[in-house]
Design a protein around this ligand. Structure first.
Ligand code: SAM
Length: 292
């Protein structure tokens, strides 16, 4: 058995052998600590029955750990300079497919269907490029492909926003958008020192597990997400002021909004950040009925 790709020495050898220079604009911060990778695989609870999608394999550090622990790995890499590197470093493994593509531009269902059985358990496990963390998460959550869980590394600050509870500073539309579909928890914090080059911020691994049904039942998801967006447009303002900004300030609208808030049993003087998902559900159903 060869040394892990993620050891500092082997990573340096690989980069030198292929004359590879890291590109900041693609979020290329590679992990150089195998322990972190072991912990990521453990947090995911991978088994040989689970297929895995990875975003951004880099030189294959995490990819080889995923290949050892799971059934099939499909990894999307945007940087064509990494293709010969990956062909070299991952040659001992036979359950890895590298897809050369911007993951956000790929038709996920079509690509995956050629590689794995979509009826089987499926997870996303990745050390994400930080410049597109949120778009990538939403791309997977909104995809037709049923993904059971995502275990992903991101900036600690974003991880805190995603997992935030009502009434906290970090709580906002991102927390709600994700917690609507998934149960969200921070698995562990990762210091900057395990990357090359070191990023300016600490990172965190979060685990998102799909709920059997969305955490609140709403009549119309479009209105639900619209109300949430409106409620956080100006965090310091009351719900009432933010709703007026969104729906209009005429006496007629005001009357309808008062009715909707009354029916939903929400005090208009509250701020959006104090409402939990159930309350946003009630409010958006009432707005759908009386205002929309
Ligand atoms: N998995 C490796 C590791 O943990 O050491 C590398 C992770 S690095 C933070 C992010 C990787 O994502 C880079 O390899 C980068 O080239 C790739 N990447 C950036 N944007 C991408 C995109 N839109 N689609 C697919 N891969 C992307």
């Amino acid at each position: 058995q060869r040394k892990d790709i993620a050891t500092p020495i082997r990573t340096k050898e690989i980069l030198e052998k292929h004359g590879f220079s890291l590109k900041k604009s693609l979020g290329q911060n590679f992990i150089i600590d195998p322990n972190i990778l072991v912990n990521i695989v453990a947090a995911a609870g991978l088994t040989k029955e689970v297929n895995v999608v990875e975003v951004g394999p880099g030189i294959g550090a995490l990819t080889e750990h995923l290949a050892r622990a799971s059934k099939e790995v499909v990894a999307f890499e945007i940087d064509d300079r990494l293709l010969p590197v990956l062909a070299d470093t991952l040659s001992p493994y036979h359950n890895i497919s590298i897809i050369h593509s911007d993951v956000l531009k790929a038709n996920l269902k079509e690509v995956l269907a050629t590689k794995i059985d979509l009826e089987e358990p499926l997870m996303v496990v990745a050390n994400l490029p930080y410049y597109i963390t949120t778009p990538i998460i939403m791309y997977f959550l909104e995809s037709e492909v049923r993904i059971d869980a995502l275990v992903i590394m991101m900036q600690k600050e974003v991880a805190e926003r995603i997992t935030a509870r009502p009434g906290t500073k970090a709580y906002g539309s991102l927390s709600i958008a994700i917690q609507y579909y998934m149960e969200a928890e921070i698995a562990f914090i990762v210091p900057k020192t395990v990357f090359v080059p070191q990023p300016n911020v600490d990172s965190a691994i979060i685990k998102l597990t799909r709920r059997a049904t969305p955490s609140v039942k709403v009549k119309d998801e479009t209105i639900f997400f619209q109300v949430i967006k409106a409620a956080f447009v100006q965090r310091r303002k009351t719900l009432w002021n933010n709703l007026l900004t969104r729906y209009g300030k005429t006496d007629e609208i005001k009357e309808k909004l008062i009715k909707a808030l009354e029916v939903a049993e929400i005090d208009p003087k509250r701020r959006g950040e104090t409402l939990d998902l159930a309350e946003f559900g009630r409010l958006s159903d009432a707005i759908g009925e009386y205002v929309w």
